[in-house]
Design a binder for this molecule. Structure first.
Ligand code: FAD
Ligand code: NAD
Length: 447
């Protein structure tokens, strides 16, 4: 039986950052991975998605210049783009595995399962460790409806060798809204069927409605308040979706984008005395489970903060510090969220919805796209809502606009360091740039 100081189950961002720190500090560390090393974000999520989104984003920018300098927009050649995706993304897993082995970390391939409170079994071999970290992430949810075996998930989409002529997305969350934008730009007829009355529920409702309007203008169809009840296949390789409300859609491809569920099945959590529920593994303020020697990190945790790559990385780094002797409970800074739709949505800190119910907080809107058309690639509808507390410090922001993902990171700093107007005015920013213009504008509202 092999013995380690720490074994991580999973090899995504929730695992490998902490594993590296621990190994470099002299600990004997292993990662167990049943799929590709590096996890969802690298292989089947963020990286592949943003690569495939690149040409769609470019075409979106070009559209702003139709009739004022640009005549035709180019077409996406999907098979070429997919070949490029494979060239760039496929080697990343092996690259990370190599980097980890250079650091002295053992990678154990196979499905890990606890057999008791201190033993893990992988491929019939048992391993023990002083501490374990469960970092098994999530997997796509499967709608419990007849015909669900015909539905595709985000991993399938990111492997599509040809773009289907038509796609129906079930759900209007992150994945549907981002992938629908890509699919439409690549020429597919896209419909989004959602059972609530709105898209992207975590974001400012006014701004997410604007994104929906923009997507409708680009030819994407939306149907809200529809619960898909079954999917059947036809003889000519088409699919028919039916909703409980009586609507029918015929399409070439169907995506189930109704959320993700934690990978907690067949992990032996009961044998290990680890408490869990439908939302994931239960942890305390030290990311420790009900078994004091077992921690959990990343998407698999039952948590309220967003399940994102940066939060998984933060938790992994935190656990490494704890295992090296730190004794402080985890303290999350504000977490930015971005929907890579076209246009983009971003938000950080207190939301507009929360601010509307708190008399101490004030919301100001700056239509910066109109004020700086020379700089925003003519994205004239770009806007920001800033939320200030009673001391006139920034506590939250929501942005709609093509450059929202970059701008939001600057605002993370303004919030975390509680910048005053003077703190911003005492700095020199490059010009003409988004932050260089927007930060001084925001400074005018601060104390
Ligand atoms: C399509 C898509 C797009 C996304 N885009 C973004 C984005 O733009 N920005 C962002 O911040 N986040 C994004 N996310 C979310 C992000 O990918 C996750 O938050 C992040 O990957 C979580 O990391 P993790 O290490 O907790 O889990 P994962 O990366 O899922 O890693 C868990 C690993 O554990 C392995 N595993 C599971 N069970 C076992 C077992 N029993 N034994 C051995 N191995 C096991 C899995 O194979 C997997 O490799 C996206 C997600 C998806 C699906
Ligand atoms: N940019 C990013 O950071 C990013 C991108 C992609 C994914 N992610 C991560 O992946 C997670 C999963 O993304 P997702 O888009 O699958 O889930 P989601 O939770 O964002 O959205 C799911 C949507 O499906 C709808 N829905 C649920 N059941 C339905 C039904 N029966 N019929 C019709 N609609 C239904 C929900 O109302 C919701 O709007 C996200 O929560 C996030 O953590 C993040």
């Amino acid at each position: 039986m092999d013995n380690y100081d720490v074994i991580f189950i999973g090899s995504g961002h929730a695992a490998w950052h902490g594993a590296q720190t621990l190994s470099r500090a002299g600990k004997k560390v292993a990662l167990v991975e049943e799929n590709k090393v590096a996890g969802t974000c690298t292989n089947f999520g963020c990286n592949a998605k943003i690569l495939l989104d690149g040409p769609a984003e470019l075409i979106h920018h070009l559209h702003h210049y139709h009739g004022i300098g640009i005549d035709e927009t180019p077409n996406i050649i999907w098979p070429e783009l997919m070949a490029y995706k494979h060239k760039v993304i496929d080697p990343l897993s092996e690259g990370l595995a190599h980097m980890l082995s250079v650091d002295g970390i053992d990678i154990i391939s196979g499905h890990a399962k606890f057999t008791d409170v201190k033993t893990l079994m992988v491929n019939d071999i048992t391993y023990q460790a002083d501490k374990f970290v469960i970092a098994t992430g999530q997997k796509p949810a499967k709608l419990p409806i007849p015909g669900n075996e015909l539905l595709h998930d985000s991993t399938d989409f990111l492997e599509l060798s040809e773009m289907p002529h038509s796609i129906v997305f079930i759900g209007a969350g992150y994945i549907a809204m981002e992938f629908a934008s890509i699919a439409r730009a690549a020429g597919s007829e896209v419909t989004i069927v959602e059972y609530s009355d709105h898209a992207l529920s975590g974001f400012d409702s006014e701004y997410s409605q604007e994104v929906v309007r923009d997507m409708i203008n680009r030819g994407i169809k939306f149907d809200f308040n529809q619960r898909v009840s079954q999917v059947i296949s036809t003889e000519n390789n088409q699919y028919i979706l039916e909703t409980a409300q009586g609507k029918k859609y015929t399409t070439e491809y169907v995506m189930d984008t109704t959320g993700r569920t934690p990978n907690i099945e067949n992990l032996g959590l009961d044998a290990a005395n680890v408490e869990y529920n439908n939302h994931g593994v239960v942890v305390n303020d030290y990311l420790q489970t009900s078994n004091v020697n077992i921690y959990a990190s990343g998407d698999v945790i039952d948590k309220l903060i967003p399940r994102l790559t940066p939060t998984a990385t933060f938790e992994s780094n935190y656990i490494a510090r704890i295992l090296l002797g730190d004794s402080n409970p985890i303290k999350y800074p504000v977490v930015p969220s971005v929907a890579f739709t076209l246009p983009r949505l971003a938000q950080v800190g207190v939301t507009v919805g929360m601010a509307k119910n708190d008399k101490q907080l004030k919301i100001y809107e700056i239509p910066y796209g109109k004020l700086m058309r020379f700089q925003t690639l003519n994205d004239e509808n770009a806007k920001i809502k800033i939320i200030l507390n009673k001391d006139k410090r920034l506590v939250g922001a929501s942005i709609i606009g093509d450059f929202a993902p970059e701008i939001i990171n600057d605002l993370v700093q303004v919030i975390n360091h509680q910048y005053t107007s003077e703190d911003i005015q005492n700095q020199i920013f490059a010009f003409p740039t988004h932050s260089g213009i927007l930060l001084p504008m925001i400074a005018q509202y601060l104390a």
